[in-house]
Design a protein around this ligand. Sequence first.
Ligand code: ZN
Length: 98
Amino acid sequence: MPTYEYECTVCSHRFEAFQKITDAPLAKCPQCGKKVKRLISAGLGIIFKGSGFYTTDYKKSSAAASSSIASKKDKKKTAEHNTSTQKKTAQESLKTSA
Ligand SMILES: [Zn+2]
């Protein structure tokens, strides 16, 4: 059974879930009950745990608290995507250096 990794869009809690490929993705954080996003299907043998690989679609609204370690790779992509995130990127840089 594949393992799916999820991250909460609110509290950034990460967890894995064993699901059938046909199962609907989980929607709720076990910790705070808010919305989670699925990161990557680890069932293929690829686990990006802690490697700084995750999508940032929800970061705009909620992830001031998310790990700055994990977002380094995303900064470039996000900045290209949406210049309004530049301010936040600067904030993250500060956080990183702290
Ligand atoms: Zn949560």
